[in-house]
Design a protein around this ligand. Structure first.
Ligand SMILES: Nc1ncnc2c1ncn2[C@@H]1O[C@H](COP(=O)(O)OP(=O)(O)OP(=O)(O)O)[C@@H](O)[C@H]1O
Ligand SMILES: [Mg+2]
Length: 592
């Protein structure tokens, strides 16, 4: 919950004002039963005569009636004024509480989002996307509710409770035992509810997480689910998550719902008891009617205060679970950050060098890469080939520091990538991920993607995307739907290649980016590419030998190790693994 207080700090001024207003409200509300008691005891029963003296007893009837009228009007006006003041203060507090709570929520969501933005893949591997979404929406909502309730109740209820107890005791001590008994019973009932409902209450957030996880997975995999006719199975899976959440929510709600009637039942009993024993006291002339009525109202205030306090205790655990889940994100140590004395890369040549690099994923038992050393020169194309799972993507992803190496060093122009600011490092790299990703918007906005590059047509032409972009009615301004569902796989790949090229970076990384292209387009692209990239360092991962055959240097990977480096001809003769790949893909002619 410390997080919450930290975020409340900037609003301390408003918090203090709300609390002051609440204090005023309590004072107002506490004085009301007192005034009413005066109206009954003095105004009605004693005809408005406050101090009965022999003179007042001699007053004529008309004068007494006038005094009574005046007294009741005066006290009534006072009550009206106080009620209005209490109402205004309560409205103001409600207004401020809503403002403070929603501002805190906005700041929390902002901070969570920007923190997640700085996550490296290592951190993403730790939190599921669904959980990250729940945390920044639903969890923040819980905290918002708690703050707005808390501001209104946290101080109000205890103050009101103690104030009422003091005032009630002034009215009568002989009835005090009724309140003691009632409070004990209420605390007992609340205790039972808490013990029963709290653990379930705490688990709600995790259940929301699970539901989000299942829905997300199913919505994004809908086509596969249909193709495999697995709707029933998936519906069951959803149903389980859904039911769990429903049952738990229902259980919690039911327990809560039973609370209100129980409390109002207890209150009615208290009413009856006070009137019963009060009436006896009145008949023995030890208590006045007005005092009893005031006592009754204070008793109700006391019980309501206890109810509110307990509501806070019930909301607290869920809010604190939510706060902790948010804190987990905010406190997560970023594995990839700028060193204090990090330099920014300038006038980049683009020489990429791996020196004995080993890498192991968190939680993995074996290295994904072991002892990798090679150099990729500017103006040259360096290619990576190897069977699936051999570590090609892993290797490539170490260069923009999506992960940091476990051992060894990666150098760019002789500088360790960990000594370079992340921003300038990534600015120097045009990256095409293995899974092409486009954003909702237009073709233009996707290819430009944050770059101010004027001429993106060149990039589109080199990426062999010109024909299909131009054949669209709106050309560059054609819409790209969310998830890029309205472009084909190959078109998506070509647009993400164009996006990387438009950046005009000194280093280009293509992770298996030509796999969805037909051979002809693949060849045309490579031809155009070598001209376009000119002096840049080009790193290409490929499955097809034909894509990389002409590369200046080919690095062959097998189970995370380099098993051969050289050009096509040399490797054919020296590297068994490379020869096997070639034999499976190329004709006799090309193998010579
Ligand atoms: N985020 C991750 N966490 C743990 N292990 C991973 C992770 N990503 C990949 N691996 C493992 O690392 C190994 C290398 O994976 P990588 O994605 O680098 O292979 P690849 O050569 O790119 O394969 P492909 O040709 O299929 O793309 C695999 O055994 C894979 O299971
Ligand atoms: Mg890969």
């Amino acid at each position: 919950m410390k997080v919450v207080f930290k975020y409340l700090k900037p609003y301390a001024f408003f918090v203090v004002i709300s609390l002051t207003l609440l204090f005023g409200q309590v004072v107002c509300e506490l004085s009301l039963p007192n005034l009413m008691s005066d109206i009954v005891d003095i105004g009605i029963i004693r005809s408005g005569v406050e101090n009965i003296t022999p003179e007042t007893m001699m007053l004529p009837k008309e004068q007494l009636a006038e005094m009574q009228h005046d007294y009741i009007m005066r006290k009534g006006a006072e009550m009206l004024g106080i009620t209005l003041a209490a109402a205004v203060s309560s409205i103001l507090v409600g207004f401020m509480a809503a403002r403070i709570a929603s501002s805190v929520a906005r700041k929390l969501r902002y901070d969570v989002f920007s923190k997640v933005n700085d996550f490296s893949n290592a951190e993403f591997d730790k939190f599921s996307t669904a959980s990250l979404i729940t945390r920044s929406t639903n969890d923040v909502q819980q905290i918002q509710n708690f703050i707005s309730m808390g501001l209104k109740m946290m101080l109000f209820a205890p103050l009101m409770g103690t104030g009422s107890i003091i005032m009630a005791l002034q009215k009568s001590t002989s009835l005090a035992w009724i309140i003691v008994v009632a409070v004990l019973v209420i605390v007992g009932v609340l205790g039972v509810v808490m013990v029963v409902a709290l653990p379930k209450f705490k688990s709600l957030q995790t259940l929301v997480d699970k539901l989000n996880l299942v829905s997300r997975e199913q919505l994004s995999g809908l086509m596969v689910i249909r193709a495999f006719g697995n709707e029933a199975y998936e519906e069951d899976r959803f149903d389980v998550a859904n039911k769990n959440l429903t049952y738990t929510t229902r259980f919690v709600q039911r327990t809560m719902a039973s609370l209100m009637p129980s409390i109002s039942f207890i209150m009615s009993l208290v009413n009856i008891a006070i009137v019963w024993f009060g009436a006896k006291a009145i008949s023995q002339a030890t208590l006045e009617v007005g005092d009893m009525m005031a006592f009754l109202q204070y008793a109700i205030h006391i019980m309501i205060s206890f109810l509110f306090v307990s509501m806070i205790f019930i909301m607290l655990p869920r809010a604190s679970v939510a706060a902790n889940r948010i804190k987990e994100i905010l406190d997560e140590d970023l594995s990839v950050t700028d060193k204090e004395d990090a330099k920014s890369l300038e006038n980049v040549n683009g020489r990429v060098e791996f020196k004995n690099v080993s890498f192991r994923y968190d939680e993995a038992s074996e290295n994904a890469l072991s002892n990798i050393s090679f150099t990729a020169e500017p103006g040259k194309t360096t290619a990576f080939i190897g069977s699936t799972g051999s570590g090609k993507s892993t290797l490539i992803n170490l260069i923009p520091r999506f992960y940091d190496v476990t051992e060894g060093q990666i150098l760019i122009d002789g500088v360790d990538v960990r000594d370079i600011t992340v921003k300038s490092l990534r600015d120097a790299i045009g990256y095409v991920s293995q899974k092409a990703v486009l954003f909702s918007g237009t073709i233009d906005s996707n290819v430009k993607y944050g770059n101010d590059s004027e001429n993106i047509m060149d990039a589109i032409r080199v990426a062999q995307a010109e024909d299909f972009v131009m054949s669209k009615e709106n050309g560059l301004e054609s819409e790209v739907a969310q998830g890029a569902t309205n472009v084909s796989g190959g078109q998506k790949q070509r647009l993400s290649i164009a996006r990387a090229l438009a950046k005009k970076a000194p280093i280009y990384i293509f992770d298996d980016s030509f796999s969805a292209l037909d051979f002809k387009t693949d060849a045309a692209l490579r031809a155009a590419l070598s001209e376009y990239t000119n002096n840049a360092t080009v790193l290409i991962v490929a499955q097809r030998v034909s894509t990389i055959m002409n590369a200046d240097k080919i690095v062959v990977l097998d189970e995370g190790r380099v098993c051969g480096i050289g050009d096509h001809k040399t490797l054919l003769n020296s590297c068994k693994e490379y020869r096997e790949i070639c034999e499976s893909q190329l004709g006799e002619e090309e193998l010579k």
